[in-house]
Design a protein around this ligand. Sequence first.
Ligand SMILES: Cc1ncc(COP(=O)(O)O)c(C=O)c1O
Length: 366
Amino acid sequence: MISFKKAKTYIEKFGSPLLLLSKDQVKENYSVLKKCLPSVDLYYAVKSNPNIELLRAVKEVDGFFDLASAGEIKILKELNIPASKCIYTHPIKKREDIKYALDYGVKLFIIDNEYEIPKLIEFKKDLDVLVRISISNPDCPVDLSLKFGAEPKDALDLIKKAHKEGISVKGISFHVGSQNVNAYKYIEALEFCKDIFKLAALEEIYFDTLDIGGGFPVSYTKNIMPIDYSCSIINNYLEKNFQNCRVIAEPGRFISATSMTLIASVVGKSKRKGIYWYYLDDGLYSTFTGKVFDACDYKILTEKSGEPKACVIAGPTCDSFDIIYKNILLPELDIGDILIFPNMGSYTNASATNFNCIEPTKIIVV
Ligand SMILES: Cc1ncc(COP(=O)(O)O)c(C=O)c1O
């Protein structure tokens, strides 16, 4: 964790707000997850943070990449990442994006409904697909099952339809939801996969790939199950049931979240109805976008001491929606104070806007 003294020297040199990226942390996260899931190839989900230096760190540990748009491919091209290291996992694709990915050399795609099949037929000799199933997870902060995934009971039908059109279906994928803290959700999903593998084999459609998606959580404000424990539950199941299959995963958050720290400054202060409001130079429209789109809460660190008082922390834009913390206990702050926010590397800068034409928060590698 960065000290306030060091944070101030960065702010003096580069200005505020500032995101500090640790490439070593990216590499560490990748290797921790790899050690926990030794038989699984890890495709870093670029969507969680497409910063080029972060991607370079994944490249430097010989990582794989999970892509969801032509724009993401353009960044990988700049890094000369071979397409053989990439998969394209967006279940709903524009024709141009399919073509762009294929021209780059990506081979493995995902489908989750029959309307995607006609888009792929013209390219069928150049690609393989996995069928994504939906895993309902209402307790998860980001339940992806509403928007994506075939119902497990409908998966065989979809597999047969694609197969009949000459599209090579190689296996099944799922995503249990992002920041999923319940390892048994993976087992629930794997049980469905096991059944679908068997049903497909009865139709003489043989699978060799299983994609267990992302969802591996990090500790933001609450303690969570250690990752090695959660993964041991998954490994045991895979060893018993999927020995002869290539298993891949698409972790985003676990690789990127802890790699970035935000330093922001108090640029305004007011007292409204007896409560202090502090206005920061970063907010919901920028790095804190994850509070809106990722249902995420972030820890705040201050060097101020004193009696904690309920206060409001707001962002810099002219929108009254731009309130980061509505009721939080902090010692009294002053204009010019800095705050440090650890674990700001996932779904933060990735989804930031430039509303009010405010410059994006600068990212520096430390
Ligand atoms: C298809 C797909 N793969 C991987 C990820 C990464 O998930 P996570 O960051 O939870 O690991 C996501 C996140 O939304 C996704 O939609």
